[in-house]
Write a protein that binds this ligand. Structure first.
Ligand SMILES: NC(=O)N[C@@H](O)C(=O)O
Length: 191
């Protein structure tokens, strides 16, 4: 799975295109003038940018799942080698729900958080996953598709202040592994 990565993974700046196979990137705080998904709303008092992402719910219909809202107040993560390298020790996934993280900071932060992802592979447990890492600014939200492996949220902002994220995810009460599967990992990401 994630304990035999040969070299540190080099993080890249995220775009909707390079992140597409893992989920969605939603840029807030900018109203693209000619975006194809702009529509007028609220009797002309708002510009709606619609269909920017999907929060999937693939729980079995015989389970009661709820689309919950949480806030994760994420502390700055420890970075080594002059704040350039992150040691990823845990990966997790939500088998039956997407998960969205919407950051809130008091000012723009170019390198705000690190998203480390990997697609579920159908091969054996002992085969290494392909992992990619992306740097998000503080005006970009992330939606992880269900069953996409990801590191627990990783605040890398240089000021070392807490970054609060509004988080939404479908969950089954006391669902345990139905809601979240965690595995040990041991690899490095270079910012
Ligand atoms: N993704 C993340 O940071 N953590 C959550 O999935 C969680 O439920 O802990």
């Amino acid at each position: 799975m994630f304990t035999n990565q040969k070299l540190p993974i080099k993080a890249q700046r995220v775009t909707p295109e390079n992140f597409k196979k893992y989920g969605y990137v939603i840029k807030t705080n900018n109203i693209p003038k000619q975006a194809k998904n702009n529509v007028e709303a609220n009797q002309g008092t708002a510009i709606k940018q619609e269909h920017l992402g999907v929060i999937a719910n693939t729980f079995s219909s015989d389970l009661t799942s709820t689309l919950n809202i949480h806030i994760f107040n994420c502390k700055a993560r420890e970075l080594i080698i002059n704040d350039t390298r992150f040691h990823c020790k845990v990966m997790e996934k939500h088998p039956y729900s997407s998960q969205v993280f919407i950051p809130k900071t008091f000012q723009y932060v170019e390198e705000c958080y690190l998203v480390i992802v990997s697609l579920e592979n159908d091969n054996k447990e002992d085969e290494e996953n392909v992992v990619e890492a992306f740097i998000f600014d503080s005006e970009s939200s992330v939606i992880y598709n269900n069953n996409v492996w990801h590191s627990p949220m990783c605040n890398i902002q240089p000021s070392k202040e807490i970054v609060s994220f509004i988080v939404s995810i479908n969950e089954v009460e006391n669902g345990g592994l139905l809601n979240c599967v965690e595995v040990e990992s041991d690899f490095y990401v270079d910012l």
